[in-house]
Write a protein that binds this ligand. Structure first.
Ligand SMILES: O=C(O)C1=C[C@@H](OP(=O)(O)O)[C@@H](O)[C@H](O)C1
Ligand SMILES: C=C(OP(=O)(O)O)C(=O)O
Length: 422
């Protein structure tokens, strides 16, 4: 029987030397790619995108947009960002009439604040199932734009979705954000993408002003993905010795998750910026007094940091985790369960997770992944401490399809299994 990542239920992972040395080409940023794809669809023939992400979510969005399908059922599977951006895109595309649907999990991820905002602009959107959640029936109309208020306390993707259509509306768009916004760097990433292609936007939070404008013909290079880089920082931290070159990453970067560099510097990984990319090294591990890290701006690196603290026995509290229950799985619950199963003492509250003691891994410790790519990738570096078994390894393709191949390049051993003992 052919056991490969796509058809195996489990993957056993270990590293015999603990020494990591190599060059890893990370996928392009999923966030930048998805923004550029929507802009390419709104303004055809203006943008040439280089280094587009190979993530399943991005490939799916590209397929949906290039098929120019504007009638019938459009399936976004697990791709939350794509779903939110397409809601605004179809609502502002005259003649479109789609049922925008997705996976069962998508039906539990909120969309209400974006629908409310688009309706203020005159959009024709109906809930097909539960009020406030996908799926949606959207009839596209010519929106004129103007003033819109949106709640920013659940997801920044609602704000980005509005920003991406804003400059194409005859009156432009003036967005007023209500509530204490989450994931703010993603709002600036959107503004920077718009500026880069020549669209006019002014961000003075809580106000964002998008002026009617057209992009200039541009070639845009997508930076590699800093959320994906976070797993390499964790591997460097847990190694005996590491020197890893990650070409293309920039310092400074518009991706908020690039703050991972500073967090890991405090834990024991040094970064050197080489112009063409970064090189990361393991340095002497630092023990700090109990740490408190606020991740309200950068929810996607919460799993990496929680595993890092537990793995090195560094006590600390991650705060600002309000939106983790709304992601691919309830990430707060998933982290609590898996860290506890791995022998750590942890406490979770609505907005925070406290790590009180180190992990105690069993031989071939089983890691459940909850259908979440970031659970698989954040726990995988533990194989540097002891062999582990990852359930459902193919989940990584949502954002980083070559993750397991890249691990092999730096000496990890992999065995695909179709069953695992607890
Ligand atoms: O705009 C984006 O590209 C994203 C914004 C964030 O979502 P929230 O704003 O919902 O936290 C992040 O978690 C997601 O992976 C990507
Ligand atoms: C939350 C994520 O993605 P999305 O919201 O696009 O499903 C993620 O990639 O961690």
């Amino acid at each position: 029987m052919d056991l490969s990542p796509e058809n195996s239920s489990y993957l056993r992972l270990w590293h015999s030397t603990g020494q990591l040395c190599g060059r890893i080409e990370l996928p392009g940023s999923k966030s930048e790619s998805n923004r550029l794809l929507i802009l390419s669809a709104i303004y055809p023939d203006t943008l040439k995108i280089k280094g587009l992400s190979t993530a399943d979510d991005t490939q799916l969005l590209q397929q949906i947009l290039t098929s120019k399908q504007s009638l019938g059922s459009v399936h976004c599977r697990m791709a939350g960002t794509a779903y939110r951006f397409l809601t605004a895109y179809y609502a502002a595309t005259p003649g479109a009439h789609v049922l925008l649907t997705g996976s069962d999990r998508m039906f539990e991820r909120p969309i209400g604040p974006l629908v409310d905002a688009l309706r203020q602009l005159g959009a024709d959107i109906q809930y097909v199932g539960k009020e406030g959640f996908p799926p949606l029936e959207i009839k596209g109309t010519q929106l004129t734009g103007g003033l819109v208020t949106v709640d920013g306390s659940t997801s920044s993707q609602f704000i980005t979705a509005l920003m991406l259509i804003g400059c194409s509306l005859p009156l432009g768009l003036k967005i007023h954000i209500q509530g204490y916004p989450v994931s703010v760097p993603y709002i600036y990433l959107t503004a920077s993408t718009l500026w880069q292609v020549g669209l006019k936007v002014d961000v003075r939070l809580p106000e964002i002003h998008l002026y009617p404008s057209s992009p200039k013909k541009s070639v845009v290079r997508v930076e590699p993905d800093w959320s994906a880089a976070s797993y390499w920082y964790l591997m460097a931290l847990l190694s005996q010795r590491a020197e890893i070159y990650l070409p293309g990453l920039r310092i400074p970067s518009m991706q908020g998750d690039s703050v991972v560099r500073g967090y890991f510097d405090a834990l024991g990984v040094e970064t050197v910026f080489l112009g063409s990319g970064i090189r990361i090294f393991k340095k002497t591990q630092s023990q700090n007094q109990s740490l408190q890290l606020d991740l309200r701006d950068t929810p996607d690196i919460a799993q990496t940091l929680a595993v890092a603290l537990a793995a090195i026995g560094q006590s600390g509290t991650l705060t600002g985790l309000d939106t983790l229950p709304l992601k691919e799985t309830d990430r707060l619950l998933a982290l609590h369960n898996e860290l506890t199963r791995c022998g750590a003492r942890v406490e979770s509250h609505t907005h925070s997770l406290t790590i009180r003691s180190s992990l105690h891994l069993k031989q071939n410790q089983l890691i459940h992944t909850y259908g979440d790519h970031r659970m698989a990738m954040a726990f995988a570096p533990l194989a540097l401490l002891s062999p582990i078994v990852i359930q459902n390894p193919s989940v990584v393709s949502k954002s980083y399809p070559t993750f397991w191949q890249d691990l092999k390049k730096v000496g990890f051993s992999i065995e695909y299994l179709n069953s695992a003992k607890e």
